[in-house]
Design a protein around this ligand. Structure first.
Ligand SMILES: Nc1ncnc2c1ncn2[C@@H]1O[C@H](COP(=O)(O)OP(=O)(O)OP(=O)(O)O)[C@@H](O)[C@H]1O
Length: 573
């Protein structure tokens, strides 16, 4: 509720209209049996004037009830939609302020569920709340009071029915509320299995994993089916039990009234309205139970939304100069541990790179190469030591300045659905076609882009599925170089390119981006053999720093990688 109230307050006017319309609706609905009672008595006495007058009032009341119902639904929906839209926008904005580590902590797919499914739950409870929350107590108290006024001698029938109905509903709704929370968890499990399967469909197919995947999905789906069935069984028993209780109450009342009807003919009309009130009480209890269930589900969702809203970004940037800085890099005794890990991934790393140099980083898988690159782009902050870019501690650079200075191209860079030009203009908003061509030439991408019917306006599908692995990498490099960054990090970014194309990319980088510092992380020594300097990483430490010739001569780890790769290449040729 703490999360929700400020949002509801923004729609105060709509909320008041929704609530006031409920009062009109309840009054109109509850008064109708009273009028019916008067009309029936008039029928028994043959009083036509009363029948006519009260009949007209009855019709007017029915119309007021309908109009109030419609107004209530419209304004409740306006509040619910408004709250959901604002909450979603704020949640999205909040996530944009997160550091990379914060997104990783929640996981991207979990954040998507919070922005969609959880917000939907909240929307539904706000809608139901404004429709029902005041309606239920008003109906319950109103119907109870009017039933007592109508037939006070039947008070015990009323009380007995209420005790049974409230007792049964308390017990079953509480049980069902647990089931509903479980349902939500199981829906998430089914979604996760389905999502993983579909996103990795190529792997599933190529390793003939379909039976295994079907089994995994069936298990998750069975759990959901079982708990949903339990809810179904509960409802199957609950509803008839309610109506049985109400019908017994009606039968008892009718029997008792029947005994005295000859002495009190007015009881005939009174029992009719009494029965209507009994039913109103019953519906209030049923709706109240539903609302409780929805509220407990929405409460879980609100908690999950609140968790995101209350998370402060683990990294903040200074305001200030937005211009790029020079391209030299310095690591000064940097140690870094991933959140939640107990031992550091980078240990006391120190090195310097001059602006305009090309530097290669090699090392065994898991030795910390990508981690090192991520620290240059300040995706994480080190635990100890200082990282300087352009001679300035990266923590003292504004976000704009750092992003203008450093371009980071990953092995599997995300291209956004849209067009090629839209992707390139994300980095350089005013990029002209000739600038796009220039960047694409460097990345060896112009050849295939210019063969596309729409060239730079060609569509990029979701997850860039309409491009091959090599084409995606070329497009990512194009995006990386288009703004002529001072530092370009290529993190295994040419792994899907053939040796000839990779060489052409490197030559073009040398020729066209002479002042750019290029940091190349590569598995293959051939990709960094020409680098001014190569850092050799081993288990989070820099164990070698020199050019290829020097390292082949004096660094045993580098020698081992080099000789293994050389032997493999010779074996293949
Ligand atoms: N987000 C993360 N959270 C926790 N640990 C991580 C995370 N990313 C990487 N690691 C761990 O840090 C270590 C270094 O990973 P890193 O990706 O930097 O290695 P790498 O040398 O680039 O490997 P590769 O050549 O396989 O890409 C690995 O042991 C890895 O498991």
């Amino acid at each position: 509720m703490k999360v929700l109230m400020p949002y509801i307050k923004r729609y105060r006017k709509d909320a008041y209209i929704a609530l006031v319309s409920v009062i009109a609706l309840v009054f109109a609905t509850l008064w109708q049996p009273r009028l019916l009672q008067v009309i029936m008595n008039a029928i028994l006495k043959g009083n036509k004037t009363v029948i006519f007058q009260q009949g007209i009032i009855l019709i007017i009341l029915a119309i007021i009830g309908i109009i109030a119902g419609v107004i209530n639904t419209i304004y409740s929906a306006r509040v619910a939609l408004g709250v959901a839209t604002d909450l979603r926008a704020d949640l999205y904005e909040k996530v944009q302020t997160f550091a990379y580590a914060d997104v990783e902590k929640f996981s991207a797919s979990n954040l998507v569920v919070r922005m969609t499914n959880d917000i939907n739950q909240v929307q539904q409870i706000v809608m139901a709340g404004f429709q029902q929350i005041s309606r239920i107590p008003l109906f319950f108290i109103g119907a109870f009071t009017l039933a007592m006024i109508t037939m006070p001698q039947q008070w015990w029938v009323l009380i007995a029915m209420m005790i049974i109905v409230l007792g049964v509903s308390w017990y079953s709704y509480k049980k069902m509320s647990d089931y509903f929370v479980q349902t939500q968890q199981y829906i998430e499990d089914v979604n996760t299995v389905a999502r993983e399967n579909l996103m990795g469909i190529r792997v599933v197919k190529s390793f003939v994993q379909e039976p295994h995947e079907i089994d995994k999905f069936s298990k998750a789906s069975d759990k959901l089916t079982n708990v949903t069935a339990k809810i179904g069984y509960n409802f199957a028993i609950l509803m008839p039990a309610f109506f049985l209780t109400a019908n017994i109450a009606v039968a008892v009342s009718v029997y008792i009234v029947g005994q005295n009807l000859t002495m009190h003919p007015a009881y005939l009309a009174a029992i009719t309205s009494f029965i209507s009130y009994l039913m109103q009480i019953l519906y209030s209890v049923i709706n109240g139970g539903f609302l409780m269930i929805m509220a407990s589900r929405a409460n879980v969702s609100l908690g999950r939304i609140g968790e995101v809203m209350d998370t402060d970004p683990s990294m903040t940037y200074v305001e200030g100069n937005t211009d790029p800085v020079a391209g030299d890099i310095e690591f000064d005794h940097v140690t870094f541990t991933y959140p939640g890990d107990d031992k550091p991934t980078l240990k006391d790393v120190s090195f310097k790179v001059n602006a305009g140099e090309m530097i290669g980083i090699v090392g065994a898988t898991g030795s910390g190469k990508t981690t090192l690159a991520q620290l240059i782009a300040r995706l994480y902050d080190p635990d100890e030591g200082v990282i300087k870019v352009g001679g300035i501690d990266v923590k003292q650079l504004s976000e704009e300045s750092l992003r203008e200075t450093v371009a980071y191209v990953l092995q599997r860079s995300a291209l956004f659905s849209g067009t090629i030009s839209a992707n390139l203009r994300q980095v350089k908003a005013d990029a002209s076609t000739s600038q796009m061509q220039w960047a694409a030439n460097i990345a060896q991408a112009s050849e295939f882009i210019e063969r596309l019917p729409l060239t730079y306006d060609a569509p990029v599908e979701e997850r860039s599925s309409n491009f091959s692995g090599g084409q995606k990498q070329r497009l990512s490099i194009t995006r990386g170089v288009i703004a002529e960054p001072k530092i370009l990090i290529l993190d295994d970014a040419t792994s899907a390119l053939d040796a000839k194309s990779e060489k052409l990319v490197q030559e073009a980088l040398d020729k066209d981006l002479t002042t750019t510092t290029t940091v190349v992380i590569a598995e293959k020594i051939s990709s960094i053999i020409r680098a001014d300097r190569i850092l050799v990483m081993n288990d989070g430490e820099v164990v070698g720093n020199g050019n290829h010739k020097e390292l082949v001569g004096n660094n045993s780890i580098y020698q081992e990688i080099y000789l293994t790769q050389k032997a493999r290449e010779e074996g293949m040729s």
